[in-house]
Structures are given as structure tokens and as C-alpha cells.
Design a protein around this ligand. Structure first.
Ligand SMILES: [Zn+2]
Ligand SMILES: [Zn+2]
Length: 104
């Protein structure tokens, strides 16, 4: 059972979301599904569990600097050092090349 963060009413399941029966507030059933990794989670864990198949990561259209493929998985990760905010990383769906969004 899930209750609305906004008004405290009971929520009903609707696909991947809970939907409030009173105020139409929606929240994801699985808050971990936002693909933001904590510092403790190593990237390799996420990628390697999906080797040869579905990584569970979303894909986007972007060009791989290595092989020119135009689709890549992406995820957000906090950089350990400095005071950088979360950075978007891409992983080529063809050659597994990884790069940061702001790499030039
Ligand atoms: Zn509500
Ligand atoms: Zn590639």
C-alpha cells in the first residue's frame, strides 16, 4: 500500500507509477529507477550485469567517438573529486566505449 506524499490519500497502481486517488499526484513505484548512481555503486557493476543483453539503462541518440555508432546507454554519476555536480556518462551500445557528456 502506498500513500500520497501530497495529501496522504491512498494511491492506486498505474503502470510504473502510483497515482493518488484524490489529487492526481504521481510517483514512481521504484524510486531507485531514476538511474542516478550513488558514490558506492561502481559503474562497472551496472554495466557488467548487463553484458550481452539489456543493461537496464536508458539509451539515447548520440554519436560514439570511437566507432561512430549513434546509440548509447546513459546514466548519471556524481564525480568523486572536486565539487562537481552529477555528470552524464554514455556507454556505446556497439563497442562499450564510455565517455562523459562534457568531454571534448
Ligand atoms: Zn494526493
Ligand atoms: Zn562505439
Amino acid at each position: 500500500m502506498e500513500f500520497c506524499d501530497e495529501c496522504g490519500s491512498m494511491m492506486r497502481a498505474d503502470g510504473e507509477f502510483w497515482v493518488c486517488t484524490s489529487c492526481e499526484n504521481r510517483q514512481p513505484k521504484n524510486p531507485d529507477a531514476n538511474y542516478v548512481l550513488s558514490e558506492e555503486q561502481e559503474v562497472s557493476e551496472v554495466i557488467e550485469t548487463g553484458t550481452g543483453g539489456d543493461t537496464g539503462l536508458p539509451t539515447t541518440e548520440t554519436q560514439c567517438p570511437e566507432c561512430g555508432n549513434d546509440t548509447a546507454y546513459w546514466y548519471m554519476q556524481q564525480i568523486r573529486s572536486a565539487d562537481e555536480s552529477e555528470t552524464r556518462f554514455f556507454v556505446c551500445t556497439e563497442c562499450d566505449h564510455r565517455w562523459r557528456e562534457d568531454d571534448h
